[in-house]
Design a protein around this ligand. Structure first.
Ligand code: HEC
Length: 130
């Protein structure tokens, strides 16, 4: 596995902090088809090997509840910085993104045309409770 996420993580977090202006309109939610079916499929593979051993889907449902109304990008950054707990930041950006798509899909949110992308609009997608 290429450990590219560690290096690039800092840059993305800076963008996350300074790119989020107060009053920025968050006109989308995770219910608006913000990830593709292909992302869900590859996310499932990552999830099964990297996330499933320590959490069940119920845990993610509770997480989405407690993160509701926050930008999806913040959850992505949090997961990337702390998970997998035994090797944080060890996955590639895309793998973290796909895992989130899979978790959203398993919690009943629909896939759509848009590709979920932490560098493109993910700060304007709001988490809502499943
Ligand atoms: C080695 C065990 C382990 C693995 C593997 C693991 N986690 Fe965790 N995870 C933890 C522990 C421990 C916590 C903190 C305890 C808690 O919050 O209940 C945690 C917390 C979390 C949280 C809560 C964050 C918050 O602040 O609300 C999320 C979301 C999460 N993990 C997602 C993931 C994802 C996604 C993966 C796969 C990429 C993953 N975890 C892999 C052990 C693990």
């Amino acid at each position: 596995m290429i450990k590219s996420a560690n290096l690039a993580a800092g840059a993305v977090i800076l963008v996350g902090l300074f790119g989020a202006q107060p009053g920025l309109s968050q006109d989308k939610t995770v219910d608006d088809g913000v990830f593709t079916a292909a992302q869900v499929a590859s996310g499932q593979t990552v999830y099964n090997s990297q996330c499933k051993p320590c959490h069940n889907m119920r845990f993610y449902r509770d997480t989405l509840r407690s993160w509701s109304n926050q930008p999806l990008l913040y959850l992505w950054e949090n997961i990337m910085g702390t998970m997998p707990a035994d090797n944080p930041g060890s996955l590639m950006f895309e793998e973290y993104t796909d895992v989130i798509a899979y978790i959203l899909s398993e919690n009943g949110f629909p896939a759509g045309e848009a590709t979920l992308d932490p560098d493109n609009g993910m700060d304007a997608i709001k988490i809502i409770a499943p």
